[in-house]
Design a binder for this molecule. Sequence first.
Ligand SMILES: C[S@@+](CC[C@H](N)C(=O)[O-])C[C@H]1O[C@@H](n2cnc3c(N)ncnc32)[C@H](O)[C@@H]1O
Length: 204
Amino acid sequence: MNKKREFPNWKQLYQDQPLESMPWFYPELDPDLDEALTKLNLRQGTVLDLGTGPGTQAMALAERGFQVTATDISETAIAKAIDKAKERGIDISFKQDDILNSHLDQKFDFVFDRGCFHVLSPERRQDYVRLVGSLIERSGYLFLKCFSSLETREEGPYRFTPEQIAEIFTGQFNLYSVKETVYYGTLEPLPRALFSILKKREKS
Ligand SMILES: C[S@@+](CC[C@H](N)C(=O)[O-])C[C@H]1O[C@@H](n2cnc3c(N)ncnc32)[C@H](O)[C@@H]1O
């Protein structure tokens, strides 16, 4: 489960492949985030879509009235997402940014990470927790989608149990809820995933 995993060169990948063919491409708002926003009665505020890739989640959130910033390490992903958002007349602040060396200088009401955390190397996870924690307002939320340890495909990102998520994030967040679900996209069958709601600690 914890074997070293290989990932594509993100910059190259977005130059070479159409967005719609990517395993994570999902044109609607992720249903697990949709459910969480309803449960927590979150209807407005500032959001960071971290590792936005094709930008589908950022666009769906902006269409719901959130003020969205969307970042990705890949400049090409950002350029393509900007074009798509322009075509649809959606206002989003897109920025090229590596979360592990972030230049973002504002805090957000919540951060959505659908697939970035689970591609980072295990040695950088605590850096991620600290950095993402510093980008979230007090009592704000991190909504995290990552592969579950129940996923059996050989290839792909790192996988996690609910207990691992609680332990990794404990320095900055309380695990509000976690559920077994799927990663909506273009793969058949859909990969098994965890959807976690992490609440930033009052004092962290
Ligand atoms: C599995 S894709 C998910 C894309 C998007 N969130 C979605 O759900 O369609 C992971 C994304 O994380 C981005 N990424 C990888 N490492 C990153 C980093 N250090 N900082 C920011 N983005 C990163 C990749 O370029 C890629 O677009």
